[in-house]
Design a binder for this molecule. Structure first.
Ligand SMILES: C[S@@+](CC[C@H](N)C(=O)[O-])C[C@H]1O[C@@H](n2cnc3c(N)ncnc32)[C@H](O)[C@@H]1O
Ligand SMILES: [Zn+2]
Length: 154
């Protein structure tokens, strides 16, 4: 079913993104992040990255995964909806909210029609400095921190 607030199409940030179809007031619950709910063992199985001879990534199965809690991750790549196409920004107009172990994307502020919807992924990944390059951010915001990873804890 089509979502009344957003449509997925080519993004200037990366690949496909989601864009506001209409004015979205601050606080609106825009979409639920849907997909198959899987335990950590399956996350690990699906997190293998396939590379070619030059080291170029051919297949990454975990890009649509949303960590809910220690026992559950939602894999938006399986039975997911358009929420899986929402890109990261360091200056986001949405935020993710976990409620009763379900994930929702809510508007952080008023959003104009045509604006790309984004939230801050704040990815919590134990990556080596080489692996961290995979998480480089292309959001282009003046306050871009250069990565989709979470900022260091204070
Ligand atoms: C949940 S998907 C978002 C949809 C994605 N653009 C697509 O076409 O499938 C997450 C992936 O999108 C890309 N992405 C999202 N936000 C990004 C950003 N700010 N900078 C660079 N890549 C981004 C990364 O490859 C990330 O692993
Ligand atoms: Zn950024």
């Amino acid at each position: 079913m089509e979502n009344i607030y957003l449509e997925a199409r080519q993004s200037n940030i990366e690949g496909t993104g989601c864009f506001a179809r209409r004015h979205i007031p601050a606080g609106t619950r825009i979409i639920e992040y849907l997909g198959q709910r899987i335990p950590p063992s399956i996350v690990e199985e699906r997190s293998l990255v396939e590379v070619d001879d030059t080291g170029e990534i051919i297949k990454e199965s975990h890009v649509y995964m949303f960590y809910v809690d220690w026992r559950t991750t939602i894999d938006g790549g399986v039975n997911g909806n358009d929420a899986r196409f929402i890109n990261h920004s360091c200056n986001p107009n949405c935020k993710s909210t976990v409620e009763n172990r379900r994930v929702f994307i809510d508007a952080l502020r008023d959003i104009g029609p045509g604006e790309e919807l984004t939230f801050d992924y704040k990815l919590d990944v134990n990556a080596s400095s080489e692996q961290k390059k995979r998480y480089a951010c292309l959001c282009g915001a003046p306050n871009c921190r250069g990565t989709m990873l979470a900022p260091p804890k204070k």
